[in-house]
Design a protein around this ligand. Sequence first.
Ligand SMILES: Nc1nc2c(ncn2[C@@H]2O[C@H](COP(=O)(O)OP(=O)(O)OP(=O)(O)O)[C@@H](O)[C@H]2O)c(=O)[nH]1
Ligand SMILES: [Zn+2]
Length: 335
Amino acid sequence: MRRYDRRSDEDDIRVRPGRRGSRPRTSRRPAYEDAVEGFVITVDRGRLTCVVDGRTVTAVKARELGRKGVVVGDRVALVGDLSGDRDTLARIVRVEERRSVLRRTADDTDPFERVVVANADQLAIVTALADPPPRPRLIDRCLVGAYDAGLDPLLILTKSDLAAPDALLETYAPLGMRHVVTSVEELAGTGAARVRELLDDRVTVLVGHSGVGKTTLVNALVPPERRRATGEVNVVTGRGRHTTTSALALPLAGAAGWVIDTPGVRSFGLNHVDPGRVILAFPDLEPGARNCPRACSHDEPDCALDDWVAQGHAEPARLDSLRRLLATRDRKEGD
Ligand SMILES: Nc1nc2c(ncn2[C@@H]2O[C@H](COP(=O)(O)OP(=O)(O)OP(=O)(O)O)[C@@H](O)[C@H]2O)c(=O)[nH]1
Ligand SMILES: [Zn+2]
């Protein structure tokens, strides 16, 4: 049985176990004993912005890292000019082992997985209660992505001045995830503290469709100098300002922790997701799957979960939710 651990780096998955361990690790690599720890907050065309001792340092990957990707959220070791002064460049010589990896495929037919963010603890799905209306299928896809990556999901419902959250909360109640309901007005008052409490001391990735109020939310959470204008439109493309695909990590004001905005991630291709891993987020159902046929999709006549629920081991609504989530893999985003 697989353990519900956070998957480590993609390289580890491709390399057969044992090979890596038997390689003398330090034979060719310099030790870089003077390397300093940093945290990658954004990546732009090969330039990585890192926070090092509170300073913002621009860095490039050292050649010996080869093709290994470095992504937002990575903890890295840097050498070289760490002053953070203009026109200086540091070098990233090591990427520390990742606690978690959030990945996606661009769409369900895309064979390439991309690592979006490393070391996140939580995935916050930001959804407006109206304008634009909630898209439960998209929420489901994000949830599957979170469960697959071993991240705790959090539902942030915005624009509560426009519609009530009850129906949506009822749909997601069987999943028992944390949620918060807020609006721009509440965020200016006590709402920000309520949200921050759920983010404190953690690295939280925010995903949400355009217009849901993500910028408004982020601005209420980060220090004033990190705020951005809402509803900005990119004058060059006319397609809104979100034309880059890199995520951006921002510190929380008045709390420990980071929020990572993912402008390029509006959907989750789920090609890479394994139902056997998603069910690990359902500890009440998971033991029942031991009697399933091999590689059970958990949505087929011989699936043992129906009996498991009939025997009273888990609530039927939990199985319904699991099946709905797994089915989103086969549907197009947004339908
Ligand atoms: N009624 C209402 N409108 C809101 C609320 N929060 C944000 N808005 C409005 O919704 C629009 C989108 O808000 P943004 O914060 O820019 O949303 P976003 O998700 O960052 O959108 P993109 O910039 O397109 O990605 C703006 O016109 C905001 O003024 C809210 O709580 N209530
Ligand atoms: Zn099954």
